[in-house]
Design a protein around this ligand. Structure first.
Ligand SMILES: [Zn+2]
Length: 440
């Protein structure tokens, strides 16, 4: 039998957690990659193909993780003004620094640091909402990670737009520039129901409909927001957004800490997706989202870190571990959010949440080759009774050994190949000096 040509062959993988519909687990097998896609999975596939081969003994393969909500450039504000009341943190630390420094350079440098950390810990696709998303797109071009990028649209002036109309117009130009790209996926990003008027929200919605792109928005993050929206519109946030017709299967709602029973029904009916950000909600003392209830009612929930200024890391394994333990604890039920569900939030459900489930989110023939390999040869990951539990509750992002995006190796032997670590640390400290000047 003639050998078939492949670009990359991952052999002898201890466990392949496909995260497909049946949650199939394949032991001691191979994954074959060609033209950026998975072309074959199974036992002894290596005997049928010829190409670059990596032996993956003592490794678990998973779909690349999907971070469904972040503000990547905020790595430059990581830990800045921490432990203050929200109002003090925002008004005395975050907003002055952003007001003074947010620029193409700030976003580019901050995003590079974020992408280094995301790749290092297994994230292959992230959803970003910030300003100067063209800088984020340029970092994606350089590194080959995937991103769903939405410029924040608000009713007051932002670093990229004086008015919401300008924000929407610039978003349309960005969509046109990247609409057929396989790495930069443009989206529309109205900030939140309390910072955008119904008119802005509707115009943004029309734009997302016109191009079939994601409508990414913060909803019901804090009690303050719920109160503000109720006072202004006489409705809770989800009811308000539904009444103006901006909720659909393309809506990705970040946080959703305070949905009422009725609002959860609306989310399920409109097929709205949720980006659950437990660590940010805890650190900012926003509250705890009723994730098990939303999942039970059929709402698709993905996981997000939010920006590092309120997390303060981008490690998705840590995020799902926090989520699983948090919901077990508050529900006083250890069966809640089991390890499979926690990993689904980071993989297949995350792909559904961002509208990319035909491309990513599971390891299956025909899907894009976005793959994470976790090294389980270390003592803290042995004995290994159940690979799902071991990854969620014993592993950390540091155990990610190899990361492949679109068939290309981005991390190998725990080293990021596409960015220079020392240069990034220098840049981080360059910005720290500038930012600390503000409070002197
Ligand atoms: Zn956010």
């Amino acid at each position: 039998m003639a050998l078939k040509l492949a670009d990359l062959i991952l052999t002898d993988i201890s466990y392949i957690l496909t995260m497909n519909e049946n949650l199939t687990v394949i032991e001691d097998s191979d994954i074959v990659i060609k033209d950026g896609k998975i072309v074959d999975i199974g036992k002894n596939k290596k005997d049928e193909y010829f190409g670059r081969t990596i032996t993956c003994k003592n490794k678990i393969a998973l779909p690349g993780f999907i971070n469904t909500h972040t503000h990547a450039a905020m790595t430059l504000l990581r830990g800045y003004g921490s432990d203050n009341p929200l109002k003090v943190w925002l008004e005395e630390y975050i907003w002055p620094a952003e007001g003074k420094f947010v620029s193409y350079e700030f976003v580019y440098d901050g995003t590079e640091i974020a992408v280094y950390e995301m790749l290092r810990t297994g994230t292959t696709t992230f959803v970003d909402m910030y300003f100067y998303e063209n800088a984020v797109a340029d970092v994606i071009r350089k590194t080959g990670i995937r991103g769903v990028l939405a410029t924040g649209i608000l009713d007051f002036p932002t670093p990229g737009a004086k008015t919401p109309e300008e924000g929407i117009q610039k978003t349309e130009e960005f969509i046109q520039q990247y609409k057929d790209d396989m790495f930069v996926f443009p989206a529309v990003g109205p900030h939140a129901p309390y910072t955008c008027s119904p008119e802005t929200l509707k115009k943004a919605y029309e734009l997302s409909e016109k191009y079939g792109v994601l409508y990414h928005i913060h909803i019901a993050e804090t009690e303050f927001e719920v109160k503000t929206v109720k006072e202004k519109y006489g409705k809770t946030p989800v009811e308000h957004l539904d009444s103006i017709g901006v909720l659909s299967g393309k809506t990705l709602a970040a946080h959703m800490v305070y949905p009422t029973e009725n609002e959860i029904e609306i989310l399920a009916e409109r097929e709205v997706k949720v980006a659950h950000c437990p660590e940010s909600n805890l650190k900012l003392a926003s509250g705890i989202a009723p994730v098990p209830k939303m999942i039970e009612k059929g709402v698709v929930v993905g996981i997000g870190t939010d920006g590092t200024a309120s997390n303060d890391n981008l490690d998705i394994i840590g995020e799902i571990a926090t989520s699983a333990k948090l919901h077990k604890g508050v529900n006083k039920d250890p069966t809640v959010l089991n390890a499979k569900e926690a990993l689904l939030m980071a993989t297949r459900w995350g792909a559904e949440a961002v509208g990319m489930s035909d491309l990513i989110g599971s390891l299956e023939e025909g899907k894009l080759a976005d793959i994470v390999l976790i090294d389980v040869s270390q003592p803290h990951l042995n004995p290994l009774y159940d690979p799902y539990t071991q990854i969620v509750h014993s592993a950390t992002g540091s155990d990610v050994d190899t990361v492949i995006v679109n068939g290309e190796i981005k991390v190998l032997n725990k080293e990021v190949l596409v960015l220079d670590k020392n240069y990034l640390i220098e840049k981080a400290n360059y910005w720290k000096k500038k930012i600390e000047e503000i409070r002197k």
